[in-house]
Design a protein around this ligand. Sequence first.
Ligand SMILES: CC(C)(COP(=O)(O)OP(=O)(O)OC[C@H]1O[C@@H](n2cnc3c(N)ncnc32)[C@H](O)[C@@H]1OP(=O)(O)O)[C@@H](O)C(=O)NCCC(=O)NCCS
Length: 387
Amino acid sequence: MKNSAGIIIQARMGSSRLPGKSLMKIKGVPVLGIVVKRLQKCRAVRTIIVATTENKKDRAIIGYCKKNKIKFFAGSEQDVLGRFFECAKLFNLGTVVRITADCPLIDPKTVDEAVKLFDKGNYDYASNITERSFPRGLDVEVFSFNALRKAFEKAEDSFDREHVTHFMYGKKSGFRLGSFSARGRLFRPELRFCVDTITDFELIKKIFSKFGFFVSVSRAIQFLDENPALLLQSAEEEEKYRQNTKKVRQGFANAKCAPGLRRVNNGDLKWIACLMNDPGIRRNSFSPKKITEEQNKRYWKRKLRSGKFAAFAIILGSSPVGLIRIDKKLVSIALEKKYRGRGIAFNSLKKLDLNGCFAEIKPENKESLGLFKKLGFSIQKIVLEKV
Ligand SMILES: CC(C)(COP(=O)(O)OP(=O)(O)OC[C@H]1O[C@@H](n2cnc3c(N)ncnc32)[C@H](O)[C@@H]1OP(=O)(O)O)[C@@H](O)C(=O)NCCC(=O)NCCS
């Protein structure tokens, strides 16, 4: 092993399709526990950490880790990239292996193969996901701490922040990328062994109930081949999943504005800092200086405690793409650049009762003037200032 490789398992209770899946039990052991057990067979890593969120719901995950002496970390729910960075920094990992908690059939040999390839090829990032060849559920990604730091510092898009490695294997990163494919019996890209739906869970349960927690992946595949109904079910679930992710990705790229709103919480501070430091947003602001992380934290700590302040994240898909603040009666809004011009700001603000509110807008900010006029605001005051 070249340096200190550690596995970070991404886990949370909030899943839209199968809430609480990480702690759903098979033969008395939660899915997360099975993932940990199987990963403990890896030879190429020195430690395993579960990275969950600071959400109340995820205290159950922390409780499970404490009880079972599994190392854990709690960070942002939305900014999963930030969660990985803070976790890797805290545990002093030189190399990070990323696994998700919904893959109980994760294969320790495949994980070792990924780490070896990463070390040997001197890559910044190596994985088996760029071209699908393994059944889904055997995904492993390995990257250096430096690559993680660069992604953490540079990735601004909410999709990149939520999907952790998207920036790393994208063209912008300039990273040395390694990839490997399944050979022999493991080459079954049409199958899935992850737990995303109740049907997935039932299949995995059957496999572990029959063969125990340390069943090899090739034995599990053989089991499906011997049971055509299960084989078909697995392939159908995988196809549904692919169609669904396609839609989500398209939704991110061309969202035609069905934004949702939710209250801002402490877990949002990282992406808010990124958003507010967007050069266009700073230019339109009355205090155009860059906002430091510390200033941002202090501001939100104070504001979130204030009774006369309300802040909403604008959500598309499951990611925040903008921010609305109502400070006493002063309303302001900012949207990530690539989501502008699609009616998102208008449709988001329309959901709120803005009676008696006002906005302060620079005269050259045509977009914002148009937006507030469209919402029924009229110009009441022009303030002149000599600069
Ligand atoms: C201002 C801002 C929030 C608008 O978001 P948006 O989602 O693009 O706005 P919408 O698509 O909902 O457009 C609503 C109206 O705003 C105006 N508008 C939006 N983009 C515009 C543009 N490029 N040029 C002129 N008017 C524009 C139009 O009147 C539009 O109505 P229309 O589509 O019927 O013409 C966005 O540009 C932004 O985040 N800017 C940076 C931050 C900022 O300046 N905030 C304002 C300070 S309060």
